[in-house]
Design a protein around this ligand. Sequence first.
Ligand SMILES: Cc1cc2nc3c(=O)[nH]c(=O)nc-3n(C[C@H](O)[C@H](O)[C@H](O)COP(=O)(O)OP(=O)(O)OC[C@H]3O[C@@H](n4cnc5c(N)ncnc54)[C@H](O)[C@@H]3O)c2cc1C
Length: 246
Amino acid sequence: MPKATLNVKLLDVTENALALIYSACRQCYAEEFAGDIYEKIKDDDVKQAAFIKKIIASGHESPLEHVKFTFAIEGVSRALTHQLVRHRLASYSQQSQRYVKESDFDYIIPPSIEANPLAKKEFERIMALIQESYTRISEVLSEKGLSGETANQDARFVLPQAAETKIIVTMNCRELLHFFKHRCCFRAQWEIRKLAEKMLLDCKKCLPLLFSKAGAKCISLGFCPEGARFSCGRFPVKEENAKEGK
Ligand SMILES: Cc1cc2nc3c(=O)[nH]c(=O)nc-3n(C[C@H](O)[C@H](O)[C@H](O)COP(=O)(O)OP(=O)(O)OC[C@H]3O[C@@H](n4cnc5c(N)ncnc54)[C@H](O)[C@@H]3O)c2cc1C
C-alpha cells in the first residue's frame, strides 16, 4: 500500500481556442455569420487578443464556455474528489470502487501527519488495518457466492477518505476561472489547492491571454474578501478597503 503523489496531465484543449472565443463574441454584435468570421480571423492573433480582452473586461464571459480543458488526475484522495465534484459545471469520469478491486490501495498522507512521526505511525497502522479488513470482508462475501463487483461495492464501505483515486475532469474556461478563484485561495483545503495550482499552470501555458491573471479571487479583486479572521495577508481585507473608501 504505497503512498501516492499528485499527478496531473492535460489531455486535451479545444483547438483554435481564441478564434473560437472571438467568433462567439463577434456573433453577438455582428450581422455577419460567425462561420465566416471564424475563417477570416483564424490566423489573426493580434486582432483576436485585443477584442477578447475588451469583451472579458466588460464581464461578457459566456463566449469562454466554448473552450474546454480536459485533465487526467491521479494520486489524489477521495476527500479531494468529493470537493472537486461539487463544481457542477464540469464533466467527470472517476475510477470505480465497484469495478476496480482495492486489493492494495494507495493512500494520501496529509503533510501535517507526514511531518509528525507519531501521527504518521498511527496513520499507517490504521491504513494497514483497513486494508486487512477490506480484503477479509471481500473474501467472506465472495465465499458466500457474491460476485466480485458486489463484494467490492460493499467491502469499500470500510475504505478511508485517504484512499487514492483517479479522475478525468473537463471544464470550460469560464468554470476554470471560477474554480481557480475558490480553490487557489489559501482558505481552500491544501490538497485541492495543490491540484488547482497545477491545473492553473497548464492553463497559463496554453492560454496566457485568459489565464495569466487567473488565481485566487483576491488577485482579480485587489483585496481579500474573506475578512480579517481568515485572510492570509497577501492582500488587504475588504473591511480595510471600505474604511479607506476604496
Ligand atoms: C473554502 C471553501 C470551503 C467550503 N466549505 C464547504 C462546507 O463546509 N460544506 C459544503 O457543503 N461545501 C463547502 N464548500 C463548497 C462550496 O459551497 C461549493 O459547493 C463549491 O465550492 C462549488 O462551487 P460553486 O457552487 O460555485 O459551484 P459550481 O458548480 O462551480 O458553479 C459555478 C457557478 O454557477 C452557478 N451555479 C451553479 N449551479 C447553480 C445552481 N443550482 N443554482 C444557482 N447558481 C448555480 C453559481 O454562480 C456558481 O458559483 C466550500 C468551498 C470552499 C472553496
